[in-house]
Design a protein around this ligand. Structure first.
Ligand code: SF4
Ligand code: SF4
Ligand code: SF4
Length: 186
């Protein structure tokens, strides 16, 4: 009996060592270029680039699968930053993706809100607070202005209002202060 316990313990120890070694030996590193591209993108998560968010677009750029000029919220400043980072030519914004606009913020008319929660489900950054059948409100500091909450609202009670990006806290729309070069650590 004691021998069996010792054998099982030894086996478990050896297995643990093998797994630990494999985890270190075959560790999959992130893509540092995609990380740097992602840091330049405005994180609006609006999908206008035709990707499901900024990160997938960053990965596609890093893989050379797509142009650098597909992000309307980032606009020209973002394209310049990407061109500098990747050492490629600047290209004007692809207007098939949309046009560059001032920074916008969603505001809910709380008197008209019926509390259906559809906007909460649509918001990619959890910027809307509310519960079923209660009025909802937008956390201004979290809202990226992506407009994804507008189409689902059945009573059309969400307006987009122009706002100014907060200095030093939000990259949108001018990421020019980000000084990233190829080879930098993310
Ligand atoms: S268009 Fe720009 S902000 Fe919108 S998801 Fe794509 S990369 Fe992000
Ligand atoms: S509140 Fe609306 S506009 Fe603001 S981030 Fe959420 S979905 Fe986008
Ligand atoms: S979708 Fe419109 S009505 Fe529904 S909770 Fe959001 S703001 Fe209110």
């Amino acid at each position: 009996m004691l021998t069996a316990i010792l054998a099982i313990t030894l086996l478990a120890l050896i297995l643990g060592l093998v797994l630990g070694f494999a985890a270190i030996r075959f560790k999959v590193e992130g893509d540092p270029i995609a990380d740097q591209i992602d840091k330049i993108l405005p994180q609006t998560q609006c999908g206008q680039c035709s990707f499901a968010g900024c990160r997938p677009y960053a990965e596609a750029i890093a893989a050379g699968e797509v142009d650098i000029n597909r992000c309307p919220p980032g606009g020209e400043a973002t394209i310049h930053a990407l061109a500098d980072l990747l050492e490629v030519e600047f290209k004007p914004l692809d207007e098939e993706c949309g046009v560059e606009k001032p920074k916008m913020l969603a505001v809910i008319d709380e008197d008209r809100c019926i509390g259906c929660t559809l906007c909460i489900q649509a918001c990619p950054v959890d910027a809307i607070l509310g519960a079923a059948k209660h009025m909802h409100t937008v956390i201004a500091s979290e809202c990226t202005g992506c407009e994804l909450c507008l189409p689902p609202c059945p009573v059309d009670c969400i307006d987009m209002v122009e706002t100014k990006p907060k200095p030093n806290t939000w990259r949108w729309p001018d990421p020019a202060h980000i000084d990233l070069k190829l080879g930098d650590q993310p």
